[in-house]
Design a protein around this ligand. Structure first.
Ligand code: HEC
Length: 219
């Protein structure tokens, strides 16, 4: 009986652990972004981050938050860039704390809602399929981010190969829990040396799943 209650409590509290925009995401934007992105975004690409509706409305180039798709959300792409990249946000600042970046990632994954939805069908902590996404940015120099999805706990290997198929870097080789994952590559080989400009392959093996994609290092 007690066991059942504990299970129920854990279940309910995990549903409530969904991200709430007003108390968890807006404070991040207030701390790091609204000094520039407010007043209807008059000065900066039309992007106003001072309220939920303004944030979702996006900027002059359209939505910067795509619900359930953090990888393709410009807002997310901009905050994970290297600080030296001219597209990096917050412009003129330093990287958001990793915990804030993860909150934004989880918020977008859950559908970029204003208040947590209690319907379990909208919970989206665990992806449905294995996936390896196109790296971002691409072309890059020297930092790029590879994102991938693990629908279940898996032993994961991500290797980088040069155009001749030689292994350049064993980037990931470990057991990982299910979820939305990302890893950075700084264009160095296994010896820590910078690699030359050119075309590279990156491939993932996770359980039975494998996929290879290409990326371009420009110098
Ligand atoms: C010091 C001022 C400044 C700060 C602080 C700042 N930005 Fe920006 N932001 C800009 C400028 C200027 C642009 C337009 C030029 C560009 O696209 O890089 C921009 C553009 C953007 C864009 C692209 C808009 C579009 O429509 O494509 C996004 C997304 C963005 N910022 C997100 C953020 C986020 C998130 C934060 C806080 C973590 C932030 N910015 C903090 C100045 C700033």
């Amino acid at each position: 009986m007690i066991k059942k209650q504990i299970i129920l409590i854990t279940l309910v509290s995990s549903i409530f652990s969904q991200i709430d925009y007003t108390t968890q995401i807006q404070p991040i934007f207030n701390n790091y972004c609204t000094s520039c992105h407010s007043n209807g975004g008059a000065y900066f690409g039309g992007l106003d981050l001072s309220s939920y509706s303004e944030t979702i409305e996006g900027g002059d180039n359209g939505n910067t938050v795509l619900p359930n798709d953090f990888v393709n959300s410009v807002l997310y792409q901009r905050i994970i860039l290297d600080e030296d990249n001219y597209l990096f946000m917050p412009q003129d600042g330093s990287s958001l704390p990793q915990s804030d970046i993860e909150l934004i990632e989880q918020w977008i994954n859950e559908g970029a809602l204003e208040t947590p939805s209690l319907s379990s069908s909208e919970l989206n902590f665990i992806p449905n399929n294995f996936m390896l996404y196109q790296n971002y940015p691409n072309p890059f120099n020297p930092l790029t981010v590879l994102c991938y999805d693990l629908p279940k706990n898996s032993s994961v290997r991500i290797n980088i190969y040069d155009i001749l198929g030689n292994i350049v870097c064993n980037l990931v080789n470990k057991n990982e829990e299910s979820g939305y994952k990302s890893v950075q590559w700084n264009a160095t080989n296994n010896q820590g040396e910078a690699v030359p400009a050119g075309l590279y392959f990156y491939s993932i093996k996770a359980g039975e799943f494998s996929l290879t994609k290409t990326m371009i290092l420009l110098k």
